[in-house]
Ligand binder design. Structure first.
Ligand code: SF4
Length: 325
């Protein structure tokens, strides 16, 4: 049971992010806290985190965004939802404020980009279909095993719902990729599971997958220990980090403990080989793997204006980045 309350926002709605992959793209948080309750959620370590089982919805986000945009001489190409929560978590107040805010952005000529593990309601699909070329989505899926998904992401949409999301979003004219992040070594990165995931992507016309492995911060480790009742699974997840690699995220958004480099390198190589068999292209997250790659996971498409001639192309996955290969 999630405790939902409204709060006043301190500061602007459209805010810059410290993540390099979000450079140049304003971000919007609809809430503090997230009803999806993923056991590995990085949000637990953020200063605004309201505590387990609580979602604080920022009041009047749409109206405030409208006023902020009216004051801007130069509008952004797009805004990204949401760095600290999920815009499509199953909380009606969040969905309503998300809908109003996205509508305000579209009316101001600003595109919308998001990553979600939630179910996207039909009214959003109608809205997106009225703004072709202006919406770019990453649907988070790391496993097709729904019991594993339920253990790791208990409040998020079931796997089948997310696969349906992909098809429905594409039908609505949205540019869609899959986000296989965070992969968990020895748990969600087995050959058969990854091959099935790549096949499911291809069957739905998805040719781009962003990927990275889980990295640890104290709040993430605490969340895993608190939520994972399966202690054998917990041990399997944490053990490889005993020899982990300390790193700083590109862009200056702090750091963490990553898997040892050889494990990540081998895992990404395997993933790429499996993906290639299905004609799927893997984009690694260079922010979380600065020791391995300078690639971009394309959390947003709008951050790289040099990659496409037109604004609309910048929001589409078809416009390949040089670093994406
Ligand atoms: S969907 Fe994202 S923000 Fe929400 S609980 Fe999961 S990891 Fe955290």
């Amino acid at each position: 049971m999630v405790n939902v309350r409204f709060i006043e926002r301190r500061g602007a709605v459209l805010t810059p992010s410290g993540l390099a992959c979000l450079a140049g793209v304003p971000t919007v948080n609809i809430s503090s806290g997230c009803a999806h309750g993923c056991v590995y959620c990085y949000g637990r370590g953020y200063s605004q985190y309201p505590g387990e089982g609580t979602v604080l919805v920022y009041r009047d986000t749409a109206a405030r965004a409208e006023r902020e945009l009216a004051r801007k001489h130069r509008k952004p190409t797009a805004a990204y939802f949401c760095p600290s929560c999920d815009a499509f978590q199953p909380v009606e107040a969040v969905l309503e404020e998300t809908y109003r805010t996205m509508r305000v952005l579209f009316e101001a000529g600003v595109g919308v980009e998001f990553v979600t593990k939630g179910a996207v309601p039909g009214r959003f699909l109608d809205l997106f279909s009225r703004h072709p070329g202006r919406v770019s989505a990453q649907v988070g899926v790391t496993t097709l095993d729904d019991s594993l998904r339920a253990a790791l992401e208990p409040g998020a949409a079931p796997v089948g719902e997310r696969l349906l999301n992909i098809s429905r979003l594409k039908d609505a004219g949205v540019s869609v990729a899959v986000r296989a992040d965070p992969l968990i070594y020895g748990v969600t990165d087995g050959d058969s599971g990854l091959a099935a995931l790549m096949a499911a992507c291809r069957e739905r016309g998805v040719t781009d997958v962003a990927a990275s492995y889980l990295f640890l911060r104290p709040a993430v480790t605490a969340g895993l220990k608190h939520h994972l009742v399966d202690r054998e699974l917990l041990q399997r997840i944490l053990a490889p980090y005993a020899e982990g690699h300390r790193f700083q995220l590109r862009g200056g958004a702090g750091g963490g403990l990553a898997l040892p480099q050889p494990i990540r390198r081998a895992g990404f190589t395997r993933l790429r080989q499996l993906a290639a068999k299905h004609g799927v292209h893997v984009h690694l997250c260079g922010c979380k793997n600065p020791d391995l790659t300078a690639e971009r996971c394309h959390l947003t498409r709008a951050a790289a204006p040099q990659q496409a001639a037109s604004t609309d192309q910048r929001l589409l996955w078809d416009a390949r980045s040089p670093s994406g290969g």
